[in-house]
Design a protein around this ligand. Sequence first.
Ligand code: SF4
Ligand code: SF4
Length: 285
Amino acid sequence: MNLTTDRINTSPIKHYFNTLEFAITDFCNLKCKSCSQGTQFQKDKKHMSVDYLRGISKFIRSHEFNTIKISGGEPTLHPEFGKICEELRELFPAKKYILATNGYLLNQYLHKINVFDLIEFSNYPTKNDEIYRELCKLDIPIIDIKIKEEYSDLTDISLKKNINKHDVFRNCGSPRRIAKVIQDRIYPCCISFGLAAIRGNIDLDDVSVILDENWRQNIPKLDLENYCKECFYNVKIHNKFSQYLNLPIIFHEIRDQFSNSRFFNFTLYAISAIHFYFKNKRRSL
Ligand code: SF4
Ligand code: SF4
């Protein structure tokens, strides 16, 4: 069974994973309002050991995922972050490797991170500008995610943003393209662990499966619909037109194919920058 073509459920949309994300640590130096991992609420925090990563690598096929992403928590807090960088490509062969970080201890690992093709840098203006400047000197593209709401507590967890949205799991947007491994489990959406951590009353068996040799068979048996209605993430629901044309999937496919092209990435970032500029301008009016 190949996850790049299989459907996760009977959805009319072909939802499939293109990215496997590893939360290598549950610890973080920050408390962001927008944290999709819900680190502030997570109990029983751990680091993911290198031995565990070696062990589960046999359950993930070579190039089964287009992209491997390392995140946390803050990945540089992992005591074996350097070792993980060294072994990552051999353990999980893929086309592209991404590091999501706020750069906390990244200065110690500047010589190791050339294993990554892209860094998603959470930029907190005035807090981590220095490491951002260091990163810019390296030959690694950076997605600079500016975050203004640092250190604030989550305040809107009681909001049930999707309660009136129909079929939210089946029609949910891009987070569904990312399967996420946290501790010994794999989640069919990069937000669903955060959802369970924040709500506090969701059984992990209902939103994830153990990452063992049976994970591919077990994931389609999950029924996330009711939990998705409780999701704190501001989900975009595909409309009928985009369902029919599968526009988000087509867009992601094009992006995956050309993701190593500097011209393509530059064009994409330029479009994003223009889009955010006009969006913010509209908001400030
Ligand atoms: S830096 Fe990332 S993992 Fe840490 S609290 Fe902020 S969003 Fe969450
Ligand atoms: S609604 Fe939330 S938990 Fe459900 S698939 Fe979308 S992002 Fe994930």
